[in-house]
Design a binder for this molecule. Sequence first.
Ligand code: AMP
Ligand code: ZN
Length: 143
Amino acid sequence: MSDDCIFCQILQGEAPCYHVHETRYTRTFLDIFPAAPGHCLIVTKDHYQDIFAATPESIAMVGHVSTLIAHAVKQELQCEGVGIFQLNGAAAGQTVFHYHMHVIPRNSGEDLAIHSRVPGDTGELEAMAARLHARAMSMRTED
Ligand code: AMP
Ligand code: ZN
């Protein structure tokens, strides 16, 4: 737990999020600046700055959950592909220093950016989170 970390604040219930999925070790919620509709972030429940600080076990759990979220996103949104990205260090483009993985629905011809400067519409984010949550819950999960 790091007081000035927005993801820790979300995990503590001190900041809101558009919840999609939870395991003992991870939380998944929507990115509020979606690079595409359905852009998810899978975060470790423990605070690790990046891949260099995170334990191999926590990284493995995020990877494990990424398969479920990728399937849920693809099934629910019928996208052609899913981009999975993970940035470490400001030089690599990391902007929130709490280990996390991006899961981004992709369709041919669309911009391949990871970050957007445009905030998602709150009503659309809410509806999207509900859809992906329901889809993820309908699939087999392990934690
Ligand atoms: P990164 O640049 O890989 O560290 O990604 C951090 C992501 O977190 C960015 O895509 C931001 O849009 C996103 N983000 C920042 N604050 C929040 C928040 N409060 N809730 C959800 N996503 C956020
Ligand atoms: Zn944190």
